[in-house]
Design a protein around this ligand. Structure first.
Ligand SMILES: C[S@@+](CC[C@H](N)C(=O)[O-])C[C@H]1O[C@@H](n2cnc3c(N)ncnc32)[C@H](O)[C@@H]1O
Length: 239
């Protein structure tokens, strides 16, 4: 009964939520309810084809998840799936959504730990509901509001979430780019928990990500490689 009530609540939010970030108000276009079956079928196909999820399945997931303006696109989804498949340690994701479900599939298959930070309470409920619906209860989705660090804002990392050098992969698709300092905070805040050789995949280099990579080069001496074509992402390896 409780689960049913929760689903109804989420459905209501999912279809009518009005986002009001940064003083703007955007009525979201959500998919009609019947696309859920298509999404489920695509997710099952993705699970079967791990780690090489065909591009048409990634596109189908992107379309039927129904959050086009905000979801990770096929190139990052494919790159992150490969990287997650190859990595042995804990995966950290910043900014939840479609990518969380795919990382959940990989981590479940490999018995790996995956932690996702989400600053929007509303969005955390939506994503948690989807994870529950698909049995991806292995994902630790943490509602983590943005807080102020020196000259940037970033997620409030709950105490004792990670042990030293536990993380081997970070998929960074949040917080939203308009955040003070953009996504810079992932490096200084999580550095103690990053393993040698850990990989950070930073989405949206074509937008605010480029300045973040430049800052990491300047302040940490880290080089990054840019991958993807239209919506590009950076790959940074921790020495
Ligand atoms: C780029 S999105 C993360 C997308 C996620 N990695 C995915 O693949 O779906 C970054 C953040 O934007 C917020 N967000 C998601 N959808 C949104 C929407 N439609 N409008 C405003 N903010 C949104 C969430 O808080 C999310 O963590």
């Amino acid at each position: 009964m409780l689960q049913r009530l929760r689903c109804d609540l989420v459905k209501k939010l999912f279809y009518t939520q009005r986002w009001t970030n940064w003083g703007t108000s955007v009525q979201k276009q959500y998919p009609p309810a019947e696309t859920s079956d298509r999404f489920l079928a695509a997710l099952q196909e993705a699970k079967r084809s791990l780690p090489n999820i065909p591009v048409e399945i990634l596109n189908e997931l992107f379309l039927t998840w129904g959050n086009k303006g905000w979801s990770a696109k096929e190139e990052l989804l494919a790159g992150m799936t490969q990287q997650a498949w190859e990595t042995e340690g804990t995966i950290l994701e910043c900014g939840s959504g479609l990518s969380t479900l795919i990382l959940g599939l990989v981590a479940k298959h490999k018995g790996q730990r995956v932690v996702c930070l989400e600053h929007s309470e509303h969005w955390a409920i939506v994503v948690q509901n989807a994870l529950d619906q698909f049995g991806l209860t292995n994902v630790e989705l943490l509602f983590s509001p943005l807080v102020s660090y020196d000259d940037y804002d970033w997620y409030k990392l709950p105490a004792n979430t990670f042990q030293e050098q536990e993380i081997t992969l970070v998929v960074c698709d949040g917080p939203p780019e308009g955040t003070r300092g953009c996504r810079h905070g992932v490096l200084p805040v999580t550095l103690p928990f990053l393993h040698h050789g850990a990989v950070i995949l930073l989405d949206d280099v074509q937008a605010g990500g480029a300045s973040v990579l430049a800052r990491w080069k300047r302040e940490f001496g880290l080089d990054s490689v840019v991958e993807g074509s239209i919506k590009t992402y950076g790959r940074t390896v921790i020495p």
